[in-house]
Ligand binder design. Structure first.
Ligand code: CP3
Length: 360
């Protein structure tokens, strides 16, 4: 196959191609444990901060060449087994007509909140090709630049987690408004999640059409709900996102935050991989969901701030517990912290390579 001769392609490590990640998603045998890290392109990397000092976060997301460039940074530096598109789960929410900005130290701030049924009706349903074309273009650039060396993961937020930002106006401490809407105006809550499911469903299909080779779906806040509420009010909308999705073309990973109690319900999801956060040990998760899923995770991101020997022991523990799963993809339990040193990230990848050898 002919390689593209772009400058960033020539900077990538040469020689090896990795299909371990996609194989493990499908629970096939691999020569060693695949590894990547949530938020692997981000502020802990000086080369990210250099670009970020000249552009706002959203401008980076909306400029395909910049998004592609930062996506490649951890591939070049760390030797991870997958690339994840640089973007944010709230980018399509902005395309629904909700003003969005990111504030230093505060995170996302949404300029208009949804409180009732009529607010829901005012949210537009974007056409991915037209309104989110910059994301699709970044994917096309990346497939060329990666030249098959590692697969590219696309992603989206799931309706419940997106709704939490839309109803609370940003990151919330107690989710009082969201829970209030769920309890007092279930029709408006359901209409909101239904609209978000329509948008997300079209968005992830468009990402696959553009070249994404796997899709990770984030439900960071799902764990705030008791299983009965989750199953009744959230699960149907997640199922709608996945209805008819071509999993044979791109395996699907579900990430749920703090999901120990939800595992018996998450078992019902038509997905290939369950990504588990660091609060639930992987052997326990494997016992709860059975052999039908690969598991991804779940090193505590704080472990990367500890002395080398402690990091190594924590990695070994995750690798050992992961052996209980039908297949394992090593990752963090949540995004890498901005205060992480790039050398610690490198040591983590090296430790997984060493400890995760398989006699395939
Ligand atoms: O994993 C990757 O490298 C891909 C890129 C990615 C980002 N956000 C980049 C980002 C992904 C997959 C996300 C997902 C995302 N975004 C989630 C779900 C996963 C999770 O972390 O729970 C959520 C809830 C968001 C919303 C969001 N975006 C928040 C709450 C924040 C502020 C927190 C923070 O770290 O500043 C963001 C900002 C954000 N998203 C940054 C990055 C690199 C930092 C932006 C900056 O440079 O200032």
């Amino acid at each position: 196959m002919k390689r593209t001769q772009s400058p960033s392609a020539t900077r990538l490590p040469v020689g090896e191609t990795s299909d371990r990640f996609l194989k493990a998603c499908r629970r096939q045998k691999v020569d060693r444990l695949p590894v990547w890290m949530m938020r692997q392109a981000g502020r802990y990397l000086p080369e990210y901060r250099e670009i970020r000092s000249r552009h706002s976060f959203l401008d980076m997301c909306r400029t395909p060449e910049l998004a592609a460039r930062v996506t490649l940074q951890p591939i070049e530096r760390l030797g991870v087994d997958a690339a994840i598109l640089f973007s944010d789960i709230l980018v399509p929410v902005a395309a629904m007509g909700v003003p969005l900005r990111f504030e230093e130290g505060r995170g996302p701030v949404l300029g208009r909140v949804v409180r009732d049924r009529s607010d829901v009706g005012k949210l537009s349903v974007p056409d991915p090709a037209k309104d989110l074309g910059f994301v699709l273009e970044a994917i096309r650039i990346l497939r060329k630049e990666l030249g098959g060396r590692v697969p590219l993961i696309g992603f989206a937020g799931l309706p419940f987690t997106l709704a939490s930002y839309i109803v609370e106006g940003g990151k919330s401490g107690d989710f009082a408004r969201l829970k209030g809407m769920m309890a007092d105006d279930p029709a408006a809550f359901s209409a909101l999640l239904d609209r978000l499911a329509t948008v997300t469903s079209a968005y992830i299909r468009a990402q696959v059409e553009a070249g994404a080779q796997a899709i990770q779906l984030f439900d960071t806040w799902a764990g705030i709900l008791p299983p009965e509420d989750y199953e009744r009010s959230v699960l149907p909308h997640t199922l709608k996102v996945l209805e008819g999705f071509p999993r044979d073309r791109a395996p699907v990973i579900h990430y749920g935050g703090d999901c120990r109690r939800l595992l018996p319900v998450l078992k019902k999801l038509p997905v290939d991989v369950l990504s588990i956060d660091h609060r639930t040990p992987l052997d326990e998760a494997a016992a709860a969901v059975g052999p039908g899923f690969a598991l991804q995770g779940n090193l505590d991101p704080e472990s990367l701030l500890r002395p080398a020997a402690e990091l190594e022991a924590a990695v070994a523990d995750v690798v050992r517990r992961g052996r209980s799963a039908a297949a394992h993809i090593f990752n963090l339990g949540h995004g890498i912290l901005p205060s992480t040193s790039p050398d610690a990230a490198k040591a983590l990848i090296a430790a997984v390579h060493r400890l995760g050898r398989r006699d395939a």
